[in-house]
Ligand binder design. Sequence first.
Ligand code: HEC
Length: 114
Amino acid sequence: MNLKNFIYLCTVVLVFNCSNGSDDTVSQPDPNAKITYNANVKSIIASNCLQCHGNPTANGAPFSLVTYTQVKSKIDDILPRINSASSPMPPTGQMLFKNIELIQKWKDDGLLEN
Ligand code: HEC
């Protein structure tokens, strides 16, 4: 092989390697993935609810929302209150819409723990 052909071959190999665009190591969020308590809901409750709905409860909150079972058993009370503009939970004002939507989707997906 002469030098010109060798350079040509190298270029082809290089271009092929760079343009072979499927990079298996990049993980995209799966739009069909189900919402689970441990992966998605727990941290939202922790940052927005537990200063009152902790164990023990504080500031007059009527129950704890610390465990999966507690949150799951209250979901039908939680959803109207996090969606309410006139008496929201948390009382300081509604959470970001994406958090409200996530908790709604958690119920739609079947209230999975993991
Ligand atoms: C600053 C304290 C505080 C925070 C933070 C808070 N709550 Fe409450 N929560 C209360 C108090 C006090 C009550 C009882 C009075 C009332 O219903 O407004 C209550 C009541 C509730 C009720 C009972 C509704 C009913 O009709 O039975 C639900 C459900 C609830 N909270 C869910 C939540 C959720 C979910 C969060 C977080 C997104 C949250 N709360 C954050 C203080 C708080």
